[in-house]
Write a protein that binds this ligand. Structure first.
Ligand SMILES: Cc1cc2nc3c(=O)[nH]c(=O)nc-3n(C[C@H](O)[C@H](O)[C@H](O)COP(=O)(O)O)c2cc1C
Length: 174
């Protein structure tokens, strides 16, 4: 059975190593591509219908409002079916100590009972946050496997790449 690697990631201004930096490609996307290259599978990027602002202050304002009100923004598109996938890697940046709103929207859209879900999260010190737990709550009947937290700024260092590959392969073996 094929793997699916679903991720949300924010290119543009971001919070990295204690300062605002502009990322051409988001950290979580980089991690998702490392996983795809290691174990193979289809990549799907979760995108909000209304794109997030590249400007950091505007991004913080919008995401704070979404977080505080538990909003689940509409998505630009969905895979028509997840039937063919048994193992789904799910990547997100830690936002406000949990998953970004669009990931909640995505997970709530499907019945994932019986699937194996492998969460990975890039962050600036907050590890997986509440994301894994929220995933378990949202995806009733799914098997949420032990996740992988990666310091976003280090995602492409040899050491972290190796950790990501090892984790992805281990999950793959079952
Ligand atoms: C709006 C916002 C909120 C964030 N909240 C947290 C947080 O609560 N804890 C944390 O460790 N990192 C937090 N971060 C840092 C991101 O998790 C980190 O930069 C991540 O690697 C970004 O991934 P991306 O480039 O794929 O979007 C936040 C970043 C943004 C933009």
């Amino acid at each position: 059975m094929a793997n699916l690697i679903v991720y949300f990631s924010h290119a543009g201004e971001n919070w990295v190593n204690g300062q605002v930096v502009s990322l051409e490609k988001g950290n979580t996307q980089r991690a998702a591509e490392i996983i795809r290259d290691a174990v193979g599978g289809d990549l799907f990027e979760v995108r909000a219908l209304e794109p997030y602002p590249k400007d950091y202050q505007a991004l913080v304002a919008r995401t704070k409002e979404e977080f505080e009100n538990g909003l689940r923004p509409e998505l630009a598109e969905y895979p028509s079916s997840l039937e063919e996938y048994d193992l789904i890697y799910i990547g997100y940046p830690n936002w406000w100590n949990t998953m970004p709103g669009p990931m909640f929207t995505f997970l709530a859209h499907y019945d994932l009972a019986g699937k194996r879900l492998a969460p990975f999260c890039t962050n600036e010190g907050g590890s997986m946050g509440m994301g894994e737990r929220e995933m378990g709550r949202l995806c009733k009947g799914a098997d949420v496997l032990p996740g992988l937290a990666v310091h976003g700024a280090d995602v492409e260092t040899e050491k972290e790449k190796r950790r990501i590959v090892e984790w992805a392969e281990k999950v793959q073996m079952g």
